[in-house]
Design a protein around this ligand. Structure first.
Ligand code: NAP
Length: 641
């Protein structure tokens, strides 16, 4: 039966929705609606151009009309037919559909990951199933402590709940959401499309914008916590100060501090750190920083009580955060001085601030399989498409602002795409084009508002290095004092100090940070020798620069961690510890691969490299390799006891 919400609409309403359709996804829906795959012909196959509107799939206007016409008829027939669909396409057809929608060929080794992501059968394949009596009884005895109720912590809680494993979440804030709760700066929004940046098992057809703003994302995560009834399992306003492994008991003893200062020790079989990489603000070591007489704050600790209207404001940094708040505050302030040390690469994204139209929402909600294929398309476009372009070619002989001929070609193309925005502003293009290779740092989403903000008469872009901060403002190396009332630090986070806010003692009393000695490493980003049953999500070498969404990475990690607990339950072992040789060999491979990525190039400096110069943040391989490596833990990689 058609539900109340799928009541027939007028032809005009359907036409209005189809005008906004993502045509490649609509063609996939057509196959489901009609059972006819003849539309998947070579002459109708989408072709994508980096700079063109992907919604149209490169189809000529008459082909676009054809697709919309077929869809109009099929949708009407489907609705008239009481919502019945023909038998689902055979696996071979689904395979063809995948190649068709991506306008190329999905390589065989991606097939498992992409099939799982598409979930055409509606099955959430990452969901744990602890159904045997052995597993059920083991689950009932286990207790896992999760640190953090952000995106990864909530995800861990959902999966453990589904497995029937006991868990408790410790959260320092008063609510869930992590980074999406803490970052409230003006203009804050996600830089991955929202229809992809969401849990694979919790799609949202109601995203108001293609790239959601912070309050919308915060509410999405709050909604997930409520839907899965997680709040009773979360201790808010509570900080984990220390986790200590008790070797005799094979348990973790975790000291927590509540907001009233009282402490308590909790006991757990395993600890999952979901504390994130990007939440401890980094204030720069600029001489005189504390002498400034005005207000000063970091972007992630935005002072909403400081009224910027009519003030002279300085922004230090031009990374992803500043890129969003500078255009948002520029119209309000008297003068905004932006201090840029290194410009970011700007990736053209015309729809960055676009609303999702009511037509698009209608299609996502009502046209069978449209939402699934749309997410699939977004996923593929962000998967490993740019990966080859940021790989260094050891034989490359060109200037060091690129790492391969291909990378140099991308550079030239991007400069030409940016140039028109700077016409009539002498010297601006030279200032904002990075001298490091594309992929050296994460690029930002450009829809024109950044350069428009820099061109405002009340905004000045300063590229002269900062010498010092004084009572009155910021002095640059050329001796100029830039007098300001407020300084905003858009200077990022102490990302390479993993688990910075707590002490973790493993076997023999080894402290984790002492073992790391400023150079955090883990096996698959998650497990560390000497620290049995400690699992880290978004740990060392699991950040991504050009491929995928971090939610996907967390979903892979959590599946692996739940699989590790299952391995313990099945073997009867109480603990598992990564073997040192396995861990070390993995890290050798990671380091070698990172050396040959743009972000690992010797001429690039960024927060991806730790104080020792090692890239401790990034995953250097294709996305599919993480998916494959984390399907299930290999017992041979661990000491079980
Ligand atoms: P960031 O990318 O680390 O940027 C920090 C900026 O501050 C850089 O321009 C850096 O210049 C500059 N800086 C640091 N120390 C300085 C100094 N002493 N003098 C002058 N400039 C200095 O930090 P972020 O913008 O907060 O972003 C961090 C990460 O968070 C992003 O890469 C992204 O992964 C995530 N993020 C995502 C979003 C989103 O999804 N929309 C938004 C915000 C953040 P150098 O480059 O020269 O070091």
């Amino acid at each position: 039966m058609l539900s109340e919400t799928t009541k027939p609409q007028s032809d005009a309403q359907i036409d209005e929705a189809l005008a906004d359709a993502h045509l490649p996804s609509l063609m996939m829906s057509l196959v489901h609606l009609t059972g006819d795959a003849s539309l998947l012909s070579d002459d109708m196959k989408p072709a994508y151009d980096f700079f063109a509107d992907g919604r149209l799939g490169g189809l000529t206007p008459d082909k676009q009309d054809r697709v919309r016409g077929l869809a109009r008829a099929a949708i009407k027939a489907y609705r008239a037919g009481d919502g019945k669909l023909p038998p689902p396409p055979a696996p071979k057809t689904v395979r063809r559909m995948m190649d068709f929608i991506v306008g190329g060929e999905v390589p065989e080794r991606y097939m498992g990951m992409m099939m799982e992501e598409l979930a055409v059968d509606g099955v959430d394949q990452k969901r744990p199933h602890w159904e045997s009596p052995t597993l059920k009884s083991a689950a009932a005895k286990l207790k896992v402590l999760i640190i953090g109720a952000g995106m990864s912590g909530l995800l861990s809680a959902i999966r453990l709940q589904q497995a029937g494993v006991g868990f408790e979440v410790i959260e320092k804030n008063a609510d869930v959401g992590g980074t999406w709760l803490e970052n409230t700066y003006p203009g804050c929004r996600v830089d991955n499309p929202s229809h992809l940046y969401s849990y694979s098992f919790e799609p949202n057809h109601e995203w108001p914008m293609h790239f959601s703003t912070q309050p919308v994302l915060r509410d999405y995560f709050k909604g997930c916590a409520d839907k899965h009834n997680l709040r009773p399992h979360i201790r808010f306003n509570t900080q984990v100060v220390e986790a200590r492994f008790d070797e005799a008991a094979k348990l973790w003893r975790v000291k927590i501090r509540k907001s009233d200062g009282t402490e308590e020790t909790l006991v757990a079989n395993a600890v999952i750190s979901a504390v994130g990489q990007l939440n401890q603000p980094r204030l720069p070591d600029i001489p005189g920083r504390d002498s400034f007489a005005g207000e000063a704050f970091h972007s992630a600790r935005w002072r909403h009580d400081v009224d910027l209207k009519g003030k002279r404001v300085a922004c230090i940094g031009t990374g992803a955060s500043a890129f969003q708040f500078v255009p948002a505050i520029a119209p309000d302030v008297e003068k905004l001085t932006v201090f840029q040390r290194t410009p970011p690469w700007l990736g053209p994204t015309p729809d960055y601030h676009f609303k999702v139209t009511s037509g698009e929402r209608w299609l996502l909600e009502h046209v069978p399989y449209y939402e699934k294929w749309y997410r699939f398309w977004l996923f593929w476009m962000l998967t490993d498409g740019l990966y080859e372009g940021v790989k260094a070619d050891p034989n490359y002989k060109g200037p060091d602002n690129a790492v391969s001929d291909f990378n140099a070609g991308m550079r030239a193309m991007l400069i030409e795409a940016i140039r028109p925005q700077t016409e009539g502003a002498p010297g601006l293009l030279e200032k904002i084009i990075p001298n490091y290779p594309i992929g050296g740092k994460r690029s930002v989403r450009d829809n024109g508002v950044w350069i428009a903000a820099l061109r405002r008469p009340n905004v000045e872009l300063v590229t002269e290095p900062i010498k010092e901060i004084t009572e009155k403002g910021i002095v640059t190396a050329d001796g100029v004092l830039h007098e300001v009332d407020v300084i905003i630090y858009g200077t990022g986070f102490t990302a390479s100090d993993f688990l910075k806010t707590l002490k973790v003692y493993g076997k023999g009393g080894t402290e984790l940070h002492e073992q790391w000695d400023g150079d955090a490493r883990a096996y698959l980003g998650m497990t560390i020798p000497n620290f049995p049953n400690l699992f880290v999500i978004y740990g060392p070498n699991t950040n991504i620069v050009v491929n995928g969404s971090i939610i996907f990475f967390s979903e892979c990690s959590v599946r692996y961690i739940v699989g590790a607990l299952q391995m313990l339950a099945e073997t009867g072992a109480k603990t598992m510890e990564a073997k040192k040789d396995v861990h070390d060999a993995f890290n050798v491979k990671v380091d070698e691969a990172n050396r040959w990525m743009a972000w690992g190039a010797p001429q690039v400096t960024s927060w991806y490299k730790n104080a020792k110069g090692r890239v401790s943040q990034n995953w250097p391989f294709p996305l599919v390799d993480y998916w494959t490596a984390t399907l299930k833990p290999n017992p041979d990689d661990f000491v079980l006891s």
